[in-house]
Design a protein around this ligand. Structure first.
Ligand SMILES: CC(C)(COP(=O)(O)OP(=O)(O)OC[C@H]1O[C@@H](n2cnc3c(N)ncnc32)[C@H](O)[C@@H]1OP(=O)(O)O)[C@@H](O)C(=O)NCCC(=O)NCCS
Length: 188
C-alpha cells in the first residue's frame, strides 16, 4: 500500500522498513537526535521484537531511484501503542512527511485494535509537540530529567480515543519547504 501524491508534489511512498533501509535510517536518526539509536536497536526492532512495527517514507516514483527520507517506529505494549521514534531527513522537513508517517502509523494502530497512543517528547521540541497535537495528542504528564544527554524533561503525550480522530483529512506534501503550500494523500 503506497502513498499517492498530486503531480506537482513530492512523491512519497510509505512502506514497511526493510533491513536494506538501515544505512539511510541510521543516517536520518543521527541527523535528528542528540542520542541516536545504535544500529543494534533498529536491528532488534526489525528482526526480533514481535511487538513493534516500523515504516519508512521514501521519495521517488516507481520507475526512479527511491530515497528513504523518514521513518517511524511503534511499540505495542499491553493496550497502548507507543510512538517510539519518528524523524524526517532535515532536507525534507516541513513538507508534510511526518504528518503522513504519523497518520499512516495511527491508522495501522487502529487496525490492530488499539485506541490509545502515547509517547515521550522533549519539553523544548515544539515542532514535534505541534505535530502530535495535530493528531489529538495531549500532555498528560512529565518525566523530569528523562533525557540523559542534557537532563531535559520529557512530556508524556497521549491520545486516548484514536477512533475520534479524523485520519482521512487530506493533507498536502509540497515540493518546497513551505508550510502553507501542501498537497498530497493516501492510506495504509
Ligand atoms: C518533528 C519532525 C518529525 C517533523 O517532521 P516534518 O516532516 O517536518 O513535519 P510536517 O511537515 O509533517 O509537519 C506536521 C506538523 O508538525 C508541526 N511542525 C513541524 N515542523 C515544525 C516546526 N519547525 N515548527 C513548528 N511546528 C512544526 C506542525 O504542527 C506541522 O503541521 P502544519 O504544517 O500544518 O503546521 C521533524 O522536525 C524531525 O525529524 N525532528 C527531529 C526528530 C524529532 O524531534 N522527532 C520527534 C521525537 S519526539
Amino acid at each position: 500500500m503506497n502513498a499517492v501524491v498530486s503531480a506537482a508534489a513530492l512523491k512519497i511512498q510509505i512502506r514497511a522498513m526493510q533491513p536494506d533501509d538501515l544505512p539511510r535510517v541510521l543516517e536520518i536518526d543521527q541527523q535528528s537526535f542528540s542520542m541516536p539509536w545504535p544500529a543494534s536497536a533498529y536491528q532488534y526492532e526489525l528482526n526480533e521484537n514481535p511487538d513493534s512495527l516500523l515504516w519508512v517514507a521514501e521519495t521517488g516514483a516507481a520507475e526512479t531511484v527511491r530515497t528513504v527520507i523518514g521513518m517511524i517506529v511503534v511499540w505495542f505494549i499491553i493496550d497502548e501503542a507507543h510512538i517510539a521514534t519518528i524523524a524526517v531527513d532535515p532536507e525534507y522537513r516541513q513538507r508534510g512527511v511526518a504528518n503522513e508517517l504519523l497518520r499512516w502509523a495511527l491508522k495501522a494502530i487502529i487496525q490492530k485494535g488499539f485506541h490509545i497512543a502515547t509517547l515521550e517528547v522533549r519539553v523544548h521540541n515544539i515542532a514535534a509537540q505541534n505535530l502530535y497535537r495535530t493528531f489529538g495528542f495531549e500532555v498528560v504528564g512529565s518525566r523530569p530529567r528523562y533525557y540523559r544527554d542534557n537532563n531535559e524533561d520529557a512530556l508524556i503525550m497521549t491520545v486516548e480515543r484514536l477512533d475520534r480522530i479524523d485520519l482521512d483529512e487530506p493533507k498536502e506534501i509540497s515540493m518546497v519547504n513551505n508550510r502553507n503550500n501542501r498537497k498530497e494523500r493516501h492510506d495504509p
